[in-house]
Design a protein around this ligand. Structure first.
Ligand SMILES: Cc1cc2nc3c(=O)[nH]c(=O)nc-3n(C[C@H](O)[C@H](O)[C@H](O)COP(=O)(O)OP(=O)(O)OC[C@H]3O[C@@H](n4cnc5c(N)ncnc54)[C@H](O)[C@@H]3O)c2cc1C
Length: 484
């Protein structure tokens, strides 16, 4: 029953650690930035240190075969993966773990769970990969429930059928990103939905949270890929139809996409697929002037070129990701297709960049068919460090460093006021509360009417302080505990 290798307190697998040299470089950078003499890590929590509350109720015999009360399972299902959850876990605070964890493998088992939970006033919480950053997998603290069961969907991990002609597949909801892609690959197909949490999140979780992938324009949100879904609710089964489109009344799928599991448990979905891209054109463009870089990205968003990648990265973020000098704003541009040449699109986008003052070298441009040649080295370095980011947080949080991200969106006409308001509010909050701090940003998606901006804040927490509130004005990351 154990997901042996998942860390029960932090990101990733329990035995997966970053190279020492990389961590110490990152720490040195923060020590320098924050004027800290040392950054010592609190040891990670061990299972033997936890004493969980005994289960508050007993299970009937029909549930016992697929439910467990083992410490590892209950600890692993206590929290999601935002900063505040990691801090609580590192502080060995496991005072509200689920009473049991269920691992159903059939819909009948889910139905019996629902019947029992409804009768006994037990909270039943769907659990995919547990990468929620909004408390979605956490147990309620209110007394309105007699207890809680976390319902882990990991055994719903099959690709049921693939329809090559219509480019769709019926897939069980508990499948993780890598297994899903591995199963589609032999058909030359991909779901092309890659959230940063891809490795440790599931199809059902993506649907329940309305997840966004990493492509910059057009289809990247799970909403666009869901053709039909099947849901077990306390009142029965709901299944939407497998149609390319429908114009009759409200879209039933939309009731459940983004519902965070409150209406029922998604067991299957039919998803729209795409052919695996084999033709690529990409480039790295540097801008000395941040405003000019934003203006160029605005133009590209409305050009109709629809790049797969148009990630505009602030000077500080480029620097921390090891791809910039700390003054340039960097635009990673990429086009891809399984069908036609992408070079003309890239050339046109580069014309726009040139007109806006962007610069690049010959090695920053790559035109590829299949795996013949590599992507620009800078893009590859960005990708590696991007995927490492959640792992580095495992170390930094244990050093008392506050590291959190938040994402928002606005229209282009409002961007400047909005963005500068967020930066100055966050800087003031960090200065007043932590004495210091860094805020960096990037565009993750560009719509013709506005960009999605993803902010990362890093600040020195105060060891020994009890409750820490990093108030970002209208964006409040409240109740962040840093008793390390
Ligand atoms: C490092 C990191 C990077 C991230 N990157 C992204 C990103 O790029 N884009 C993005 O959108 N999000 C991102 N997230 C947030 C998170 O990964 C997504 O919300 C993801 O979709 C959650 O999927 P999951 O399988 O882990 O779901 P869980 O965390 O297990 O659950 C999330 C919610 O969905 C419900 N749920 C789960 N499975 C089901 C089901 N089968 N039926 C009904 N309800 C269910 C749960 O009850 C909960 O409310 C990131 C998080 C982290 C920690």
């Amino acid at each position: 029953m154990k997901q042996q290798l998942r860390s029960f307190w932090g990101w990733g697998l329990a035995d997966e650690i970053l190279p020492d040299a990389y961590i110490s470089e990152f720490k040195k950078m923060l020590q320098l930035a924050f004027g800290l003499n040392s950054l010592d890590e609190t040891p990670p929590p061990q299972l033997e240190e936890l004493s969980l509350r005994p289960p508050r109720f007993s299970l009937p015999s029909n549930l016992k075969s697929f439910c467990t009360e083992e410490t590892y399972d209950r600890a692993n299902h206590t929290y999601g993966k935002p900063f505040r959850d990691m801090v609580r876990a590192i502080n060995r605070i496991f005072d509200n773990s689920p009473d049991y964890v269920a691992y159903p493998s059939t819909e009948e088992e889910i139905v019996s769970l629902m019947i029992f939970c409804a009768e006994k006033k037990i909270a039943l919480i769907p659990y995919g990969g547990g990468s929620s950053v909004v408390g979605g997998v956490e147990q309620p603290r209110e007394n309105q429930y007699e207890g809680s069961i976390s319902c882990d969907m990991m055994k719903f991990d099959k690709i049921i059928r693939v329809n090559k002609r219509s480019r769709t597949a019926r897939i069980q909801a508990g499948i993780y990103g890598p297994a899903l892609e591995a199963g589609l690959k032999p058909f030359g197909l991909t779901i092309r939905h890659f959230p940063q949490s891809f490795e440790f999140s599931t199809l059902g979780g993506w649907i329940a949270t309305r997840a966004g992938g990493h492509f910059a324009t057009l289809y990247t949100h799970i909403d666009d890929f869901v053709q039909s879904l099947r849901l077990i609710t306390p009142k029965g089964v709901i299944e939407t139809r497998e149609l390319p489109s429908a114009g009759d009344g409200p879209d039933a799928n939309r009731f459940f996409i983004g519902s965070e599991g409150i209406f029922g448990i998604i067991t299957e979905a039919t998803v729209r697929l795409q052919s695996i891209p084999t033709i690529r054109a990409s480039s790295v463009v540097r801008f000395a002037d941040e405003k000019a870089a934003i203006e160029v990205t605005h133009r590209i968003s409305q050009s109709g070129l629809n790049p797969a990648n148009a990630r505009l990265i602030s000077p500080m973020e480029s620097f921390s990701m090891g791809i910039g000098n700390g003054t340039d704003t960097i635009l990673l541009l990429g086009f891809e297709s399984h069908d036609h040449d992408q070079e003309p699109k890239l050339r046109r986008a580069l014309d726009i960049c040139r007109e806006g003052g962007g610069a690049w070298s010959v090695s920053d441009v790559s035109i590829r068919k299949g795996n013949e040649t590599a992507a620009p080295e800078v893009s590859e370095r960005w990708k590696t460090n991007f995927l490492r980011a959640p792992y580095i947080r495992n170390n930094l949080v244990r050093c008392g460093i506050i590291m959190e991200t938040f994402e928002t969106v606005t229209t282009w006409d409002n961007f400047e006021t909005f963005h500068s308001g967020i930066i100055s509010t966050a800087e003031t909050a960090m200065r007043e509360t932590c004495g210091n701090g860094i805020i960096m940003w990037r565009f993750t998606h560009i719509y013709p009417d506005g960009p999605v901006i993803y902010y990362t804040v890093i600040a020195p927490g105060r060891r020994g302080a009890s409750t820490f509130a990093l108030s970002l004005g209208f964006l409040t990351l409240a109740g962040i505990t840093t008793v390390l």
